[in-house]
Design a protein. Structure first.
Length: 122
């Protein structure tokens, strides 16, 4: 599942949208680019492959990226930087696990287990 950026600034983000690229022969997603409204102009903000360093937009790469975001470091910093499409990010060290777990855990039990796991020292 791909959740696209919001075109409304209701939640503190800059308006944005994503353009998905896909394989013409099989229809599989390949990459996407996000465009954000900043200073009154639509601008290219990032594309998945360049921002996160994965050669393709695939289930396996998304799972690896979710783990990397949970682990902190560059992946989490990149995710936080782009979360609001150029506006101030609400993601902090104190609440990063909530945002990271929301990447892959769609049911309450899995989300709770992810948060518990995030509290464990690494």
């Amino acid at each position: 599942m791909r959740i696209t950026p919001s075109v409304t600034p209701l939640f503190g983000n800059n308006p944005a949208f994503a353009v998905m690229r896909y394989g013409r022969t099989d229809g599989r997603p390949v990459d996407y680019t996000v465009y954000a409204l900043q200073a009154g102009q639509w601008r290219r903000e990032y594309d998945f492959a360049q921002a996160y360093g994965y050669p393709a937009y695939s289930a396996a790469n998304l799972a690896a990226l979710a783990d990397a975001i949970r682990g902190g470091g560059a992946a989490r910093a990149t995710y936080a930087r782009f979360f609001t499409s150029g506006a101030k990010s609400p993601i902090t060290d104190a609440n990063a696990a909530v945002y990271a777990c929301a990447q892959s855990e769609m049911v309450p039990a899995g989300f709770a287990m992810c948060l518990e796991d995030a509290k464990r020292p690494r």
